[in-house]
Ligand binder design. Sequence first.
Ligand SMILES: Cc1cc2nc3c(=O)[nH]c(=O)nc-3n(C[C@H](O)[C@H](O)[C@H](O)COP(=O)(O)O)c2cc1C
Length: 191
Amino acid sequence: MESLVVINACMREESRTQRILDGVLAPLSKKYNVETVNMGELDCKWVNSDVLKERDNGYVPQLYVNLAKKVANADRLVIAAPFWDMSFPSVLKVFFENISLFNITFTSTQTECVGLCKAKKVLYITTRGMNIKTGDPLEQATPYIKALSKLWGLGELYVLSAENLDYSSDKEIESKVEAAIAQGVELCKTF
Ligand SMILES: Cc1cc2nc3c(=O)[nH]c(=O)nc-3n(C[C@H](O)[C@H](O)[C@H](O)COP(=O)(O)O)c2cc1C
């Protein structure tokens, strides 16, 4: 069976993003060997000057080497992250920086960077409090994930979102989450 790695940055116990993720993982786990990396369980430190010095000396913590290899070798990637401060939670960026490793997720020719990740398809799942749709210039998560996909050589990006949740009734929230799950389940037939 091919592998699918979930990068999960959902933080709240009652996370709506997590509910959509769970809904799509139900069919996906029949097709893929699913492994989840939970940002909440990782004690990810930001990449500071000490980390850079260690890298220059050829040392990278084994945890990040292993995670970078896991992500680089995955056949599919799913990123689940709530919309925070017009993007995704910073722990996810810190995670990406820690696992963006030379000769694992990308390499370089004489003239340019070349991605080394295998995943031909990436699914990004999010929920937003405000009425901001995917592709809105105020939405700064998707453009970043697209740019990182270029660096890492990832394939097509699919986005599954629900918006305006902080200004919707409980009933509306329920129907938006259910609609996103239904859309995701449909998408997963060809993912
Ligand atoms: C720390 C924090 C920052 C947020 N920033 C934004 C924001 O900039 N724009 C927005 O539309 N919603 C923002 N929200 C609202 C969330 O995007 C929204 O409630 C979302 O559904 C939360 O996802 P979750 O239920 O998976 O935790 C923020 C929420 C939190 C907790």
